[in-house]
Design a protein around this ligand. Structure first.
Ligand code: DGL
Length: 258
């Protein structure tokens, strides 16, 4: 069974390209369409109802563009809206959640840190997952301001360093040995984070796992692309500059009102 329709992805902005990268690396001949809803970023400070409405809007555009599956490349949208999306639309959805499982299983200090948005950390889905690890101390930290700075292209700035220090130093003091990046924007901060945390603290995100899960769903249920040439399409409803820079100017970014 082959299927050459595109994989659709959406995020509140440029961050979900970290997930797109993993998907494109694993399945280079798949066509993809990425929506950066930067106009509405950050999602992490919005209500569950607002996040559901924005996720439905993005889904409907991806369905109009013939997406064969939808990757919710945003932890905040997944943890607040994936149940509602699955109930409303027939297309298969793949979501992304903070990777607390591998961190909790591998931690030797039994203390892990999770950096994520307020929307993710207060969601029912996240709080239920945490209950599965009663023997692990999970230090949760909202990354206030981080997504906004990334959306403004201010990743390597003093402002960013100060915020990261403020969020990470208390975790380091409490002896975490794993740091879970629970927001798809944060992989773009790894270089800055490494300047702050000691090298024994391992950083985990969920990008690779999401790519593998997407491949499984395509293989088992939807069909993989059969053509060798593929198209990578990126739409943004805000200024394309930051998205272009994050994609190293290798792909065509188009402006679209959505
Ligand atoms: N990339 C989104 C996430 O994974 C950022 C959410 C936001 O816009 O606050 O949570």
């Amino acid at each position: 069974m082959s299927n050459n329709y595109p994989i659709g992805l959406f995020d509140s902005g440029v961050g979900g390209t970290s997930i797109w990268r993993e998907i494109h690396q694993l399945m280079p001949n798949e066509n993809t369409i990425y929506l950066a809803d930067s106009k509405n970023a950050p999602y992490g400070l919005k209500s569950k109802e607002e996040i559901i409405a924005l996720s439905c809007k993005n889904t409907e555009l991806l369905l109009e563009l013939n997406a064969k599956v939808i990757v919710v490349a945003c932890n905040t949208a997944t943890t607040n809206a994936i149940k509602e999306l699955r109930a409303k639309y027939a297309v298969p959805f793949i979501g992304i959640e903070p990777a607390i499982k591998p961190a909790a299983i591998q931690s030797e200090t039994n203390i892990i840190g999770v950096l994520a948005t307020k929307g993710t950390l207060t969601s029912e889905l996240f709080n239920q997952s945490v209950l599965n690890y009663p023997n692990t101390k999970i230090i949760e930290q909202v990354g206030y301001g981080l997504v906004q700075l990334i959306e403004e292209g201010k990743t390597e700035t003093k402002e960013m360093r100060l915020l990261l220090k403020k969020y990470l130093e208390p975790m380091i003091k409490q002896n975490i040995d794993y740091l879970v990046l629970g927001c798809s924007h944060y992989p773009y901060l790894i270089q800055e984070i490494k300047k702050i945390i000691p090298s024994n603290i391992k950083i985990i995100d969920s990008g690779e796992a999401v790519a593998r899960q997407t491949k499984n769903i395509l293989t088992e249920k939807v069909g993989l692309a059969s053509e060798k040439e593929s198209n990578q399409i990126f739409y943004t409803n805000s200024s394309p500059e930051v998205l272009n820079a994050i994609l190293e100017y290798k792909y065509q970014v188009m402006e679209k009102d959505f």
